[in-house]
Ligand binder design. Structure first.
Ligand code: C2E
Ligand code: MG
Ligand code: MG
Ligand code: MG
Length: 284
């Protein structure tokens, strides 16, 4: 509002504003350097088969390692990367690292990675993804990409083409954060996703909230009828794990099974011979 009115433009020179702009410019520069220096690294969080407790794969989640060793979460830098055109570089760098880790896991263990909506406009997205996988020595059949619903609204045609292209290469595609933002059931029928990830806001209270129970049950049934596998995010307690198992959800992800952690942790966990109960007990 202030921007649109010329008389108000002086507000940009208020000291607080000025500082915010400078701060932002600095973050942007540091992010650019971090991506170039390969300082964005993947943390991995297990995806667990609910019926058996077996680890099927890991989602790679971006972390920005600071000079002092501290780690920044994605909500602090993904939006900036998107705004200044760095998200593609960030993705390919992260994919390269994650794929190198994933190559060390048991055969067949899936690597899942997030895509930003903005990457749909990159005509080389799928081709470069294959190239990175090839270079890392990971089969495309081991990769899945997660796309959030917000991505699909404005770009339905493009989304359709990109998804089809990924699938043609044997890369599975998940619809992330389902039930929040710009949900449309049309997306489910028109875009041929392999998996649907129900947003964690429906899971965090599922053992006590009847509405969440009804929604998760209905969405799971609908997804299964459409041929989609169902993943639930935000499984934090044994009680919610029990609920989603009862509702027939296929795969769980959440602090109960493991928090996002650096690659070597995933590797250790994955080579454990006893996958299910012991792990749940350890974190519970
Ligand atoms: P997401 O893809 O839905 O990832 C799941 C988020 O939920 C992760 O947050 C994870 O740490 C968190 N989470 C998992 N289990 C639980 C749980 O039991 N309880 C709670 N409270 N939270 C849980 P994180 O790592 O902070 O990532 C946030 C979002 O940032 C991701 O949501 C994704 O949309 C985005 N993101 C992360 N890495 C990338 C990336 O490389 N590229 C893009 N474009 N987006 C990314
Ligand atoms: Mg995701
Ligand atoms: Mg999600
Ligand atoms: Mg999310």
């Amino acid at each position: 509002r202030a921007k649109a009115s010329p008389g108000q433009s002086f507000c940009f020179f208020e000291p607080g504003m000025d500082r915010a702009v400078t701060e932002r410019a600095r973050t942007e520069r540091e992010l650019r350097e971090a991506i170039a220096a390969d300082a964005i690294e993947p943390f991995f969080q297990p995806l667990v088969e609910l019926s058996t407790g077996r680890i099927l794969g890991y989602e790679a989640l971006a972390r920005w390692r600071q000079q002092d060793g501290a780690v920044k979460d994605p909500d602090e830098f993904i939006p900036i990367a998107e705004e200044c055109g760095l998200i593609g570089d960030l993705y390919f760098g992260l994919l390269a690292k994650a794929a190198r880790e994933a190559r060390e896991w048991d055969q067949g263990t899936i690597l899942s990675i997030n895509l930003s909506p903005l990457q749909f406009s990159d005509p080389w997205l799928v081709g470069r993804t294959l190239k990175v996988l090839n270079h890392a020595g990971l089969s495309p059949a081991r990769l899945e990409v997660e796309i959030t619903e917000s991505a699909l609204v404005s770009e339905l045609e493009t989304a359709r083409a990109v998804i089809a292209n990924f699938k043609r290469q044997g890369i599975k595609v998940s619809l992330d954060d389902f039930g929040t933002g710009y949900s449309s059931l049309r997306h489910l029928s028109e875009l041929h996703f392999d998996k649907l990830k129900i947003d964690r806001s429906f899971i965090s209270n599922i053992d006590t909230n009847l509405d969440s129970q009804t929604i998760v049950q209905a969405v799971t049934s609908m997804a299964h009828h459409l041929g989609l596998q169902v993943i639930v995010e935000g499984v934090e307690t044994e009680a919610s794990a029990q609920s989603v198992r009862d509702f027939g959800c296929d795969v769980g992800q959440g602090f109960l099974y493991g928090r996002p952690a650096p690659g070597h942790a995933a590797k250790q966990e994955n080579s454990d011979s006893e996958p299910s109960e012991s792990k749940v007990e350890r974190v519970a």
